[in-house]
Ligand binder design. Structure first.
Ligand code: SF4
Length: 413
């Protein structure tokens, strides 16, 4: 098989991994669209668009995860790159400015250590022999030894081990060869190696940095029965316990939808399409935990699922309408963060400007406050834009039909 054919198969096999911020295929509304020949676009935390060569080393896999196009029981052409193939391909794409980095994963075609060694060999050759200075994201193969994970982090910018399903019960049903304990063990290894590396670097500044972009993981949404509360609770624990930089949520794409081929697996739900609104609300809830100091328990206090029609911050404010209005002239940073329509940046700007002069409603727009949302929850020196109303009416005013037209959060990668 020539390199072009391999690239086409192994890029297509990699496209359902969202943990480089390109969720699913090129469906509209996805967070990044896969371009032909393995080039996928991702967004950095500051909104910059970057392109990555996103491929598998091999799509042969011994495991039979029901949701995966590469599972052993799938009737799909199998192939693998060699280390030379991938080093050459990455360097060629990089030199021609097609990509700024490499996202490399693999099916588990043999013992986890041996698969991990192949991924490490690609990254190491790129760094040491090819002088590659671009971004490298390597998948950690659960079950690979800590020594290999330690080495992977020396060549890669980011490492990720996908948890995929939120509970052991779902893993047993849909991915019976996987074990939550082994996957958490891999995350723990990455987190511990990172912490030890920081310690070493405090003593000796020249110590090479271990995975400077940290670790991430992916959760599939809608392939198993867990509710949003379980998913967000797990994400909160992952951020706390393993210093996770990002949890990516990937709406389950059923067979026959969005160009996804294969035979439907009876273990999977027969849903008409990927639950994209749910995926989006989970990203918003995740955003609240990472940047707005919400706990998982606060986000889902009463119901097991996030509100489809209003974003989770507005939903929280409406449940706690007695805490509003908040006067922007006097509120502290934490109070400002709780106001729908006020982000972390606009909250900081409000505090800065307030020290110099008094705020005005017109000025708030220039500070980035979305008055369309904030107006029901704020006062300025005691004055309202809109007197607080019945929460049901505010909810109607602020609801977006099934998430249509939502502003997607920015990604780092
Ligand atoms: S381990 Fe499971 S999810 Fe990963 S490639 Fe194999 S079948 Fe797919």
């Amino acid at each position: 098989m020539d390199l072009g054919d391999k690239l086409s198969i192994l890029a297509s096999s990699a496209k359902y991994d969202a943990s480089c911020a390109s969720s699913g295929s090129g469906r509209s509304g996805a967070f990044g669209a896969n371009l032909p020949a393995g080039v996928c676009h991702s967004w950095t935390g500051d909104g910059r668009c970057v392109s990555l060569l996103k491929v598998l080393y091999s799509n042969a896999c011994r495991f039979d995860c029901a949701y995966c196009v590469n599972r052993v029981s799938a009737d799909t052409p199998r192939t693998a790159f060699t280390v030379d193939d991938l080093v050459d391909l990455t360097c060629q794409f990089y030199r021609r400015n097609y990509v700024e980095g490499l996202f490399l994963s693999s099916g588990i075609f043999t013992d986890p250590d041996m698969v991990m060694e192949k991924l490490i060999a690609v990254a190491k050759r790129l760094r040491t022999e090819a002088g590659f200075g671009g971004y490298i994201h390597l998948k950690v193969i659960p079950g690979a030894g800590e020594k290999l994970i330690r080495e992977a982090g020396l060549w890669a910018d980011r490492l990720s081990a996908n948890i995929e399903l939120p509970t052991d019960k779902s893993l047993q049903t849909l991915a019976p060869q996987k074990s939550g304990k082994v996957i958490f063990g891999a995350m723990d290894d990455v987190s511990r190696c990172g912490a030890e590396n920081e310690e070493d670097r405090r003593k000796i500044r020249s110590t090479p940095v271990f995975a400077p972009a940290g670790q991430s993981t992916q959760l599939i949404v809608g392939a198993s029965e867990e509710d949003d509360r379980t998913i967000i609770g797990l994400s909160g624990a992952l951020y706390r316990k393993y210093s996770m930089r990002r949890v990516y949520y990937s709406a389950f794409i059923p067979v026959g939808v969005d160009g996804r081929g294969g035979i439907p697996d009876p273990r999977l739900p027969a849903i008409p399409g990927p639950p994209l609104v749910r995926e989006h609300r989970l990203y918003q809830a995740d955003w609240l935990m990472r940047f707005y100091h919400f706990s998982a328990a606060e986000i889902l206090e009463e119901t097991p699922y996030l509100d489809r029609h209003v974003d989770p911050k507005t939903a929280w404010a409406l449940r706690h309408i007695d805490r509003f209005p908040i006067d922007l002239q006097w509120a502290d940073y934490e109070e400002l963060l709780r106001v729908p329509g006020i982000g972390a940046t606009s909250a900081r700007r409000i505090l800065e400007i307030r020290r110099l002069r008094s705020l005005s409603f017109d000025g708030l727009r220039r500070l980035g406050v979305v008055l369309k949302r904030a107006r029901y929850f704020i006062t300025l020196g005691g004055a309202f834009i809109d007197k607080p109303e019945d929460p049901k009416r505010i909810r109607r005013m602020l609801s977006d039909q099934d998430g249509a037209g939502l502003q997607l959060p920015l990604f780092d990668f």
